[in-house]
Write a protein that binds this ligand. Structure first.
Ligand code: SER
Length: 316
């Protein structure tokens, strides 16, 4: 059977670029984008778009049947900072959407599921540096708890019902096409917008907060590659650590100053600092490398120059 994709939550930061990449991979007519509301991005005027609430199983099923979908990418979620403000809704959205999709795969209505997890599954008792694939978890945020629970359910559905579900733990994702919303790592995108538009930025994390980060192109490539991998090489059916680089806000500011020398940064840590303090500083992704040949391409210097040159083009 040929691949026909549905992206749920397509209008978010990752979904927007994943939509384009999946169309390039599987063909325009084989990729359906959906979200609870349509964003202004041109991406969604170019191919089929459906309004879809990720919490509505009947609506997802109807959409899947209408378009003869084989693979679902479930990108809808409330991120870490927003979820802390609305725990009930975050739990409802993050967990029930996953159950709906896993159950459609269990019922063999769809063949394959991609569901993203996050570095937020780790907690203050996890090793901070080179955090291993298998280690103490104990997340302390609603978002992290929902992602860790989701990972356990993915593995459970794979082992008990043969569901082909694949997942990676995204670090903070840096991109210029669509903005992130409600995450703790969002500063690493905001900083570029403000550097280009205002020449200064007030960071909501402390200067020395090191977090794992990745450029969007690497994140999208990882997503498509794990879905294309042979089923037997995807040995971890909870979620894979993947990594690229780690830096602090101060280190990022210095890298930006190489290109925009007058750029100034100030620090006013808010409630997101408490979240960041429980997350890893860096991630060991050797299991993903061994199992499906993962490696990142974009380093700090390339990310900074890509971000600044593209934002200067589209914003200024
Ligand atoms: N970028 C996410 C967040 O900050 C982590 O997965 O919430």
């Amino acid at each position: 059977m040929s691949t026909k994709v549905l992206i749920i939550g397509a209008c978010g930061q990752i979904g927007t670029e994943l939509t384009t990449a999946l169309r390039n991979t599987y063909g325009f007519s084989n990729v359906i984008a959906s979200d609870i509301r349509k964003s202004e991005s041109d991406v969604f005027n170019q191919g089929t778009f459906e309004l879809l609430d990720a919490r509505d199983k009947d609506a997802i099923k109807a959409c899947v049947e209408k378009h003869k979908i084989t693979d679902v990418y479930l990108m809808a979620a409330l991120l870490s900072a927003t979820a802390e403000k609305n725990p009930d809704f975050a739990w409802d959205l993050n967990m029930n959407s996953l159950f709906h999709v896993l159950n459609l795969a269990k019922e063999k209505v769809i063949q394959k599921v991609f569901w993203p997890s996050s570095i937020a599954v780790f907690g203050e008792n996890s090793p901070k540096k080179n955090t291993p694939q298998h280690t103490i978890m104990e997340p302390s945020t609603v978002y992290g708890i929902s992602k860790l629970s989701g990972e356990r359910w993915c593995e459970y559905y794979h082992k008990n019902y043969g569901v082909d579900v694949r997942s990676i733990r995204y670090p903070g994702i840096i991109s210029w096409k669509a903005n992130p919303g409600g995450g703790t790592t969002d500063y690493a995108v905001e900083i570029f917008h403000e550097a280009v538009q205002k020449g200064s930025y007030t960071c909501f994390l402390r200067d020395d907060t090191s977090l794992p980060m990745m450029f969007m192109d690497d994140a999208v490539r990882a997503t498509i590659n794990i879905m294309k991998a042979e089923p037997e090489s995807v040995k971890v059916r909870s979620s894979y650590n993947i990594a690229a680089i780690s830096f602090t806000p101060a280190e990022l500011a210095t890298a930006i100053q190489q290109i925009i020398p007058e750029f100034a940064i100030a620090y006013e840590p808010d409630s997101r600092q408490k979240i960041a303090d429980t997350w890893p500083e860096s991630i060991d992704d050797s299991t993903a490398t061994a199992d499906w040949n993962w490696s990142h391409e974009f380093d700090m210097k390339t990310i900074v120059s890509e971000m600044i040159s593209n934002l200067q083009r589209v914003l200024v």
